[in-house]
Design a protein around this ligand. Structure first.
Ligand code: ATP
Ligand code: MG
Length: 564
């Protein structure tokens, strides 16, 4: 068994990919050049799994003084769109990474076509007219060789003519494909005459209707890496069995040609899978298209833009990715680890403010009517440089309903008749009772304050067990507050027999009306906030000064484990 690498060791030596790259450098490979790429298909928005790949691809380039380029893997016009290209650029920048060049696989359509024609001429590729079902049925199994296609030995001239027709619109979609003639008995199924071109009759977001024959992933990816001069092509584990074919096509491409001698090296790491969510773009797209969430940037989505709208900082996402690390084994990571990373990060950067989300009136009977005071509140106890602001105190306040109990057990250190608590940044008050309506609902809580107990004054450090937050009713702002939770009810929706739509958590979004202090209403849209004693929040993108809307990023404590 392998000894597990402790995080400290991993930091020193770098992750296993960085160790491979370092070894290549010390062996003098690629003349000391390091070039990676991030290759998203522009068929959806980036999710946190992509962020893991981004941290790897850009991280390796940064660490070794190389460059990471972007390459849009746009070889399937059916699902691709410039909307996605733009969103991907925005998300990568937001995560804090800088790419070298922007490339498109579609830039290489001519080169790839020429290479395919060369293979046909060399007798290494042929047009197959069978249906995809027939082709699949002939593939065999890992232990059983496949069956050769009846079209395998078609004459070169006919292959060339039909390939041309595949690209002119004369051949309908699905009627013909170009296959590499390799080895129908190869133990690696990917070598059993893989399909390398198919017909798609749809305008491409960049090349329009120039092409109708489009290269398959295995015929485009490695060659694109090679054309660009990629030295390390880092991807996820499902591509391990593709690697021999990746190398095979690069060898074929170079054979007998006067081409550069370098070759990209494919290295695979484990994908990120997270509990209580799905990461497949097909499923995420379905959630959006079917209106099951409010768009790609719905704060419950695992997308980068969703997490951003939810109030995650780029640093929190990168911290989480550092925490989980890179391995060669697939695993399911706990969503609560992502939340823990957010708490750690936001604790450092969030502006502390007061908000009351389930308000009930608190009247201080011995505080003069009409009097107000500006009290000092610390912006961030984790960073003195963030300074202070003031909050208005008065006779009529809002407090949280849950902070009051009429018949409280001994361990209840919040407000109950006859007991003292401190009002944060203000005074110690003693509860004198409450008023109820005809149905027995509490409408007002009453208390008296001790004028000598003002926070920060000498003698004010009298011990009281509880400190409560509050707002002056006449000096705060109403706000809509959106409380988000796990998008799915089950840990691993993809492992269930049920359709993923049936596993959605119906309680994942609750909208409530509360109040926030004036200062919280005046911040920049992108400010990270802590509603004290409640959680981390941020402005929703739809928030305006006239209609405040806040999203809960994460509660202060992990309540999920407790409630389960
Ligand atoms: P699709 O679901 O359409 O197959 P994909 O999730 O593979 O797409 P791509 O746009 O092809 O998305 O991915 C770009 C890069 O991000 C690839 O190198 C891929 O390996 C990586 N990637 C995708 N999902 C994850 C994930 N969950 N964890 C880590 N890396 C990922
Ligand atoms: Mg993919």
């Amino acid at each position: 068994m392998q000894t597990p690498i402790t995080p400290k060791e991993e930091t020193r030596k770098g992750n296993f990919v960085e160790q491979i790259v370092a070894a290549d450098l010390s062996e003098g490979k690629n003349d000391g050049r390091i070039q990676t790429r991030f290759p998203p298909e522009p068929n959806g928005y980036l999710h946190i799994g992509h962020a893991k790949a981004i941290c790897m691809d850009f991280g390796v380039a940064e660490k070794f003084g190389g460059v990471c380029n972007l390459r849009f893997d746009d070889t399937n016009p059916e699902k691709e769109d410039t909307e996605y290209v733009e969103a991907i650029l925005e998300d990568i920048s937001w995560l804090g990474f800088k790419w070298g060049q922007i490339y498109y696989a579609s830039d290489y359509f001519q080169q790839l076509w020429d290479f395919a024609v060369r293979l046909i001429k060399e007798g290494k590729a042929y047009i197959d007219e069978q249906t995809s079902e027939e082709i699949a049925a002939q593939k065999g199994t890992p232990t059983q060789p496949g069956i050769e296609s009846p079209y395998r030995n078609r004459p070169v001239e006919e292959n060339l003519r039909l390939f041309e027709q595949m690209n002119t619109g004369e051949i309908e979609e699905g009627k013909m494909v170009l296959r590499a003639k390799i080895d129908m008995a190869n133990p690696n199924m990917h070598f059993r005459d893989p399909i390398i071109y198919r017909v798609i009759n749809r305008a491409h977001h960049r090349t329009g209707t120039t092409w109708k024959a489009y290269p398959m992933y295995d015929f485009a990816h490695g060659q694109s890496d090679y054309f660009e001069g990629v030295t390390h092509s880092i991807c996820t584990l499902e591509f391990v069995p593709h690697r021999p074919l990746y190398d095979f096509f690069i060898d074929e491409l170079k054979e007998g040609q006067d081409l550069q001698d370098h070759r990209p090296r494919q290295i695979e790491f484990n994908r990120l899978n997270l509990t209580y969510t799905v990461m497949s773009k097909r499923k995420l797209l379905a959630l959006v298209k079917e209106g099951l969430v409010d768009g790609w940037d719905d704060p419950r989505m695992p997308t980068v833009c969703g997490l951003r709208r939810r109030g995650y900082s780029p640093q929190a996402i990168r911290r989480f990715i550092d925490m989980i690390g890179y391995t060669k084994y697939d695993a399911l990571n706990d969503f609560s680890m992502l939340e823990a990373a957010a708490r750690e990060d936001l604790n450092q950067r969030a502006l502390r403010v007061s908000a009351v989300l389930n308000p009930v009136k608190l009247i201080i009977d011995n505080y003069p009517e009409g009097q107000t005071e500006e009290l000092v509140a610390v912006n961030n106890p984790e960073n003195e440089a963030d300074g202070t602001h003031t909050i208005t105190f008065s006779r009529e306040l809002w407090m949280e309903r849950d902070d009051f109990m009429e018949d409280a057990p001994k361990k209840f250190f919040r407000m109950s008749p006859g007991k003292e608590v401190r009002l944060k940044n203000a005074y110690i008050v003693c509860c004198t009772g409450c008023v109820k309506d005809a149905d027995g609902n509490i409408t007002e809580i009453h208390c008296e304050y001790d004028p000598d107990s003002k926070s920060g004054m000498p003698g004010a450090d009298r011990k009281v067990k509880g400190t409560l937050h509050w707002l002056s009713a006449a000096h705060c702002q109403p706000a809509e507050v959106r409380l988000y939770d796990r998008l799915f009810n089950v840990e691993d929706p993809s492992a269930s027999d049920l359709d993923f739509r049936e596993l959605l958590n119906s309680e994942s979004k609750k909208v409530i009306q509360g109040y926030v202090e004036q200062y919280a209403a005046e911040q920049k849209q992108t400010t990270y906030l802590q509603f004290q004693r409640i959680g981390y929040f941020t402005y929703d993108k739809d928030s305006t000064p006239e209609r405040l809307i806040f999203n809960r990023t994460v509660s202060l404590k992990d309540n999920w484990a407790k409630n389960k």
